[in-house]
Structure formats: structure tokens, C-alpha cells
Design a protein around this ligand. Structure first.
Ligand code: 4AD
Ligand code: MG
Length: 445
């Protein structure tokens, strides 16, 4: 009896007869030889059907197999440096072939397809080599996030998705009807994290979050995954020190586990190997000065206009990219204008027009991957901010309670999984970083 194995483990079976179950990725017809590229979820291997080695019926079947047909193959593993596939270097000489289902004509061909077509067929596109590589890296990123936090004393405390009030702003809410009461899909778990730190000290929540972003960009999804650590007795400086360790560990986990996937994605690994602490830190003031100085050196009027900025403006994608290009690793930009940020951020002592906030901008134009701050912990100040921005105070009574029963300085941030995947994998667009993207014009499949 041949041993049932996975393609990812094939190197352990050199010279042995094995059985594989999977799908036909591609077939090359060479007359008396059929080269079947078979994938099974763990890898892709070339299996060779040779007319003289196989019974006539099985060889005829091999020669008819359509792309993505499901099958079971038994054969002998042999080392071959040139064998295509992943992890590669081995092929299988077929001795037995059984069909599970002959696939209909598969819509995704090796030829180029338009992105909209591929997104319409996302349920099939996820099988393609590149998508397979990206989503495997994504799984490791999520695992590395959890492992690092669990190993460093952070307690996972889940926060609700159905919420009675805005967590971040009132402009990107997804409203739903909750038995006659208006409710919203969570934009963040942060406000609940702030309650949870008084029980656990250091916590995190990790789940899908929702933003009705009425713009089409390469960086925005309507539904994205965010991990949000929140820590009692933490300052902005503590936050940056923690974030640089955390982000470096995530990159390190991908580098140590996914050389093959990064190779499939043609990722420049040297750019990732540079990601070690400390990360540079610049203030918003300095960032604006650097942008203005850069804009002054530029002749192209279009590019000049794109980079134009006056103090107080939030950064757009071109600004973030230009700042990030000044450094070889992620850069912290801290003390943003209070008016450009969320209501809960602690103002800077003696300079309330800026707040104790920090964003981390990824290199190579991937933009903001984390956003965080110290939180207002004085009840009166927080109440005043809530009134100022015009959200209903009744909905935030519980949040204000936190400032009345043992309030402490605290801070936290959120890291967007998809932007992190886009950066680490080197992808031009965020739509490939999540199995089923939710975008302005897309809710299917
Ligand atoms: O900066 P944001 O909006 O921060 C918060 O939600 C805070 N409550 C987090 C906290 O302090 N606990 O979002 C944090 C990160 C961004 O840096 C970005 O990586 C990602 O979430 N993000 C998005 N990713 C994809 N699509 C969108 N529409 C995103 N909006 C934010
Ligand atoms: Mg932000």
C-alpha cells in the first residue's frame, strides 16, 4: 500500500510509492507522455504519466484530464532538480490514476484576465498560485500577531461587532436595524478595550471591523481585520517601543517561514530584512516641513500639487508615500493635529492643537499600517470632546464611567491586517490580501 502524503512533505519520500489527492493545475501533452501539475493545498508537484508504464485506460484518462479536475494519483517519488512546482525538486512517476470529478471548462486560464473578471471569480481565483502564496502569508501574519501578544502578557478579550454608537467617527458607519433601534457595525473595538484594561492590564481584540469608506483606493476595504492592543499605564513612547518590536516580529515570522511564497510573489526580501528596531520617529510638524521642502525642489506642477500641504491637513496617500520614501524602515509620525484625529486622543500638554497620537507608515508606499494614541483619561475633558464633536453623550455614559472609577493614563493602537499583508507581500492593491474583499462596488462572491 502506497502512503498517503501531502505535496509539501514530498522530500521525505524520495524513492517511495505514494498517493496524492488534489486538483489538476495544468497539463502538458507530449504524446506518449502527459505532464500533470497537481496541487493539493500544501504544494504543487509534477506527475508524469508514461504510456508504457500505465494501463491503457488510465493513460487515456490522463490525456483527457481537464484543468482543475479532482483526482487521486499513486506513483513513485524521484528527485529531479529541474522539476517544476512548489516546493519543487521532486516529481512523481504515475503508476495509478483515479478521477474524482472531471472539471467543466475552467474559466480561469493561464492567460491574463482582467481584475474585475478575476474578482467575480474570486471563489476560483483563490486556487491560483499567487493567491495561494498571499493567503498563506496572511495566515502566518495573523498567527504571528497572536503569538507575539500572547507571549508578551496581552490577554485576548473579544469586543462586539454590533455596537450602539460610533467608535471612531460618524462618517464611515454601517448602520443596521437592531430590533427597531439603530445600531452600527464596529469600526473598532478600542472603546471596549479601554474598559477591559482595568480588569486585565494589557489586552487585545482581533476581529473584522467595518468602514463605509465611500472612496475607491488601493488601501481601503469596507470590511478589514484589525488587531488592537490596549495597555494601562502606557505612554506614547511606550507605544512606539512596543509597536516596533511587534511589527518586526511579524515580518520576521514571514521571512523565516515563507521564502517559497515570497519567491512566488517576486518580493524583494532585502527590503524586509531591513525591518528591525528601532524605527525612525518624526513629529507631524517635522513631516510637514520635510514635505514642504521636498515640494519646493519639484518642477512638475502636478507632482508639486500632489505634495502640497499646509499645517493642519491630514496626510493623503502621496504624502505618506513621500515621507516613507525618506526611510528604509517603517516610520512613526507622532503628534498630529487634534482636529484631524479621533475625539478620544489626549491633547499634548501646553499645546492642545496637537494630540498624543502616532501612526506608523510602512516603507515602499504602503501607507499607514497602524494608528494609535494615548487616550484622554480625564472625565471632564473627555465629556467636553464628546459634546464638541456632537455625538450623543447617553451612548458614551459607560465610556465616561471608565474615567470615574480608577482612571489611569493608557494607550493603544490598531494594526490593519490587509495593509500589512499588502506591504509584506509587495502587492499593488489591497483587494488580493483578504480572501473575499468587500469594496465600494463589490459584495460578490
Ligand atoms: O487609524 P484607525 O482608524 O484607528 C482605529 O481604528 C483605532 N481605534 C485603533 C486603536 O487605537 N485601537 O485604523 C487602524 C488601522 C489603520 O492604520 C489601517 O492599517 C487599518 O486600520 N485601516 C484600514 N484597512 C483597510 N481598509 C480600511 N478602510 C481601513 N481603515 C483603517
Ligand atoms: Mg488612522
Amino acid at each position: 500500500m502506497a502512503t498517503l502524503i501531502q505535496v509539501g512533505d514530498i522530500a521525505q519520500y524520495d524513492g517511495q510509492e505514494v498517493t496524492l489527492r488534489g486538483w489538476l493545475y495544468n497539463r502538458t501533452d507530449k504524446g506518449r507522455l502527459q505532464f500533470l501539475l497537481v496541487r493539493d493545498g500544501t504544494g504543487i508537484v509534477q506527475c508524469v504519466a508514461f504510456k508504457k508504464d500505465l494501463d491503457a485506460e488510465m493513460f487515456a484518462l490522463a490525456a483527457e484530464l481537464t484543468q482543475e479536475s479532482s483526482l487521486e494519483i499513486t506513483g513513485v517519488v524521484r528527485a529531479d532538480e529541474r522539476a517544476p512546482g512548489y516546493p519543487g525538486k521532486f516529481e512523481v512517476g504515475i503508476t495509478r490514476l483515479a478521477l474524482l470529478q472531471m472539471a467543466d471548462e475552467y474559466p480561469i486560464q493561464p492567460k491574463e484576465h482582467g481584475v474585475e473578471f478575476l474578482m467575480d471569480n474570486r471563489h476560483l481565483w483563490v486556487r491560483s498560485l499567487r493567491q495561494w502564496a498571499i493567503l498563506r502569508v496572511r495566515a502566518t501574519i495573523i498567527g504571528a500577531i497572536r503569538t507575539w501578544l500572547d507571549d508578551h502578557g496581552y490577554i485576548l478579550v473579544d469586543t462586539p461587532i454590533l455596537t450602539p454608537a460610533a467608535g471612531e467617527n460618524t462618517t464611515t458607519l454601517f448602520a443596521i436595524d437592531y430590533y427597531g433601534t439603530p445600531a452600527y457595525l464596529a469600526q473598532t473595538g478600542q472603546l471596549y478595550n479601554e474598559a477591559n484594561i482595568a480588569s486585565f492590564g494589557k489586552v487585545y481584540c482581533f476581529g473584522p471591523t467595518f468602514r463605509a469608506e465611500k472612496s475607491k483606493t488601493r488601501r481601503h476595504l469596507m470590511e478589514f481585520w484589525m488587531v488592537e492592543p490596549e495597555m494601562a499605564f502606557f505612554s506614547l513612547e511606550d507605544l512606539m517601543a512596543m509597536e516596533e518590536e511587534f511589527v518586526s516580529a511579524i515580518v520576521g515570522a514571514v521571512l523565516s517561514k515563507h521564502r517559497m511564497e515570497l519567491d512566488i510573489l517576486e518580493r524583494d526580501i532585502s527590503r524586509l530584512e531591513a525591518i528591525t528596531p528601532p524605527f525612525p520617529r518624526i513629529s507631524y510638524d517635522e513631516a510637514v516641513e520635510r514635505l514642504q521642502a521636498l515640494a519646493a525642489t519639484i518642477d512638475d506642477p502636478e507632482r508639486k500639487a500632489e505634495l502640497a500641504i499646509t499645517w493642519g491637513d491630514d496626510f493623503g496617500a502621496p504624502h505618506e508615500t513621500a515621507i516613507a520614501e525618506m526611510f528604509d524602515r517603517p516610520v512613526f509620525v507622532y503628534h498630529y493635529p487634534t482636529a484631524a484625529k479621533a475625539f478620544y486622543m489626549q491633547p499634548v500638554e501646553g499645546r492642545p492643537e496637537v494630540c498624543r497620537s502616532v501612526d506608523l507608515l510602512a516603507p515602499e508606499g504602503y501607507g499607514e499600517i497602524t494608528g494609535g494614541s494615548e487616550r484622554i483619561y480625564d472625565a471632564e475633558l473627555l465629556k467636553a470632546r464628546i459634546d464638541e464633536i456632537g455625538i450623543s453623550p447617553e451612548n458614551y455614559a459607560w465610556y465616561l464611567d471608565l474615567r470615574r472609577y480608577g482612571s489611569v493614563p493608557h494607550a493603544g493602537f490598531g494594526l490593519g491586517v490587509e495593509r500589512t499583508v499588502a506591504w509584506i507581500c509587495g502587492l499593488p492593491h489591497i483587494r488580493e490580501t483578504i480572501p473575499y474583499a468587500r469594496m465600494l462596488n463589490r459584495l460578490y462572491p
